[in-house]
Write a protein of this length. Structure first.
Ligand code: PEP
Ligand code: MN
Length: 337
């Protein structure tokens, strides 16, 4: 439930209400909005007498949060969340441009791509060191060596780093090198992993599962927030449908839907969303027009020889041209690159 405290409530008054709620066995989360303290008190579903709570000192109103995802909802936190990473304020009027190879393959590859995407205007470099591959015989990533290379390449060109963590035991390792922890589509409902990243201070890029509804996706974000980490960036990356001409079906509906339901930033991955190089730019442009807070795009200087996802990787020149177009669209909708 959502408890709104009276304007100007003192910190001791806030603490008193919070501790009474905790004594009832409820978890209490706080946000401040419009000069008012808002408390989300979350329990196990045991009915609580809302009318009694309304009489407590300092309490202005009490209401149920009408959705299953509580901390993620706009009811709890009405303003857009902005997550600062490096030079980037994700969820602000500035679009977050993340780009880089699907997999980190080596020093020369990573540096070449980092230089190109930084020159084009990206502020975050992507690159997988632990790769979730359909086949056990495909390239599985360079592991820690890949993270080291990615960090060095990104640092050389002033970029932040996002990289996937596939397992609870890898969280500390990936957190040592990356600025943003990516949870892949296949792990969206790996609840142990959601909790583990929820215990870190790092922003989490939470990709939508291959067959996840928007509500399931937001519930996965709720798992992370419930553990104390509210710095979650949602990423729509396409869902599995009956369509076979594209790798996935990029659900751009999800952008305005999520924007209404949640305060969390939402970015779009048109690379995995389409799986086809020449479909990436049109869907990237559409995503920004639809209100996405940023884009994560695979770029490779030699995609024919990429160890993963070459067919959907843009050439550096294509990426630069796309960023120019994104800049134009951003201007029209009151945003910027
Ligand atoms: C990736 O970003 O390279 C990746 C594997 O993405 P997803 O989890 O969306 O398939
Ligand atoms: Mn990929």
């Amino acid at each position: 439930m959502l408890i709104l405290l009276k304007p100007g409530s003192s910190e001791p008054a806030v603490a008193a209400v919070s501790s009474r709620l905790r004594m009832m066995g409820l978890a209490v989360h706080r946000t401040d909005h419009d000069g008012r303290v808002r408390l989300a008190a979350i329990g196990d579903g045991t009915p609580v007498d809302l009318d009694a709570l309304k009489t407590w000192y300092g309490v202005e109103s009490v209401q149920r949060i009408p959705v299953p995802f509580k901390l993620v909802s706009r009811s709890f936190h009405p303003a857009d969340s902005v997550i600062s990473v490096g030079r980037c304020a994700i969820g602000s009027d500035q679009l977050a441009l993340m780009a880089g190879p699907c997999s980190v393959e080596g020093e020369e590859q990573a540096f070449q791509i980092a230089e190109a995407v930084a020159a084009a205007g990206a502020t975050v470099m992507r690159g997988g060191a632990f790769k979730p591959r359909t086949s056990p015989y495909s390239f599985q990533g360079l592991g820690e060596e890949g993270l080291k290379i990615l960090r060095r390449a990104a640092d050389a060109f002033g970029l932040a780093v996002v990289s996937e963590v596939m397992d609870t035991q890898q969280v500390a390792l990936v957190a040592r090198y990356a600025d943003i922890l990516q949870l892949g589509a296949r792990n969206m409902q790996n609840f142990a992993l959601l909790h583990e990243v929820g215990h870190t201070e790092k922003p989490v890029l939470l990709k939508r599962g291959l067959a996840a509804t928007i509500e399931e996706w937001l519930m996965s974000a709720e798992h992370i927030l419930s553990q104390g980490n509210s710095r979650v960036i949602l990423c729509e990356r396409g869902i599995r449908t009956f369509e076979t001409y594209t790798r996935n079906t990029l659900d751009l509906n999800a952008i305005p839907v999520v924007k209404e339901l949640s305060h969390l930033p939402v970015i779009v991955d048109p690379s995995h969303g389409t799986g086809i190089r020449d479909k990436v730019a049109p869907m990237a442009r559409a995503a920004v027009a639809a209100g996405a807070d940023g884009l994560i795009i695979e770029v490779h200087h030699d995609p024919d020889h990429a160890l993963s996802d070459g067919a959907q990787s843009l050439y550096p020149d294509q990426y630069r041209e796309l960023v120019g177009q994104i800049r134009t669209i951003a201007n029209v909708i009151g945003r910027r690159v």
